[in-house]
Design a binder for this molecule. Structure first.
Ligand SMILES: [Zn+2]
Length: 140
């Protein structure tokens, strides 16, 4: 695909350099049939270097996952070749099944069917804790 000629799709911009592949994985983009481009280490005036993901389709994106992984990124939504929406992200209050609790005594490691839920407990520092055992999630 021509990188700059998305007609209908999503461009995730200002991703911290090195986080692009990780986002690709946690968003499950490998399951898509449409074209997806990851640009690594693009030049950025603001950040020095950044990653960009371009998705050639208007898929439903999990903004909570995006915000959790990197709340400094922007999501551009393009329809008929026109940028219709530019979204900035915040840390989500809660994330479900994005990361797993590492505490071996946590109920989620016994009860396999339980969802892994983490709550934001300190917005300033970006601290997430398991809702079952309060174990702190590792930093992103
Ligand atoms: Zn736990």
């Amino acid at each position: 695909m021509k990188i700059d000629s998305i007609k209908n799709g999503i461009v995730i911009d200002h991703i911290k350099a090195g986080k692009g592949m990780y986002l690709y994985e946690v968003l499950g983009l490998e399951k898509l049939d449409c074209q997806v481009a990851i640009i690594k280490n693009a030049e950025s005036k603001k950040q020095g270097k950044k990653d960009i993901i371009k998705i050639d389709s208007l898929i439903d994106i999990d903004f909570d996952v995006l915000g959790y992984v990197d709340n400094g990124l922007t999501v551009n939504i393009i329809k008929d070749g026109v940028l219709i929406e530019k979204k900035s992200l915040e840390l989500p209050e809660k994330i479900v099944n994005v990361i797993k609790c590492k505490n071996p005594r946590c109920i989620t490691s016994v009860e396999q069917e339980l969802p892994h839920i983490f709550k934001l407990t300190d917005r300033e520092k970006g601290v997430y804790r398991c809702i079952y055992c309060e174990t702190r999630a590792k930093d992103r």
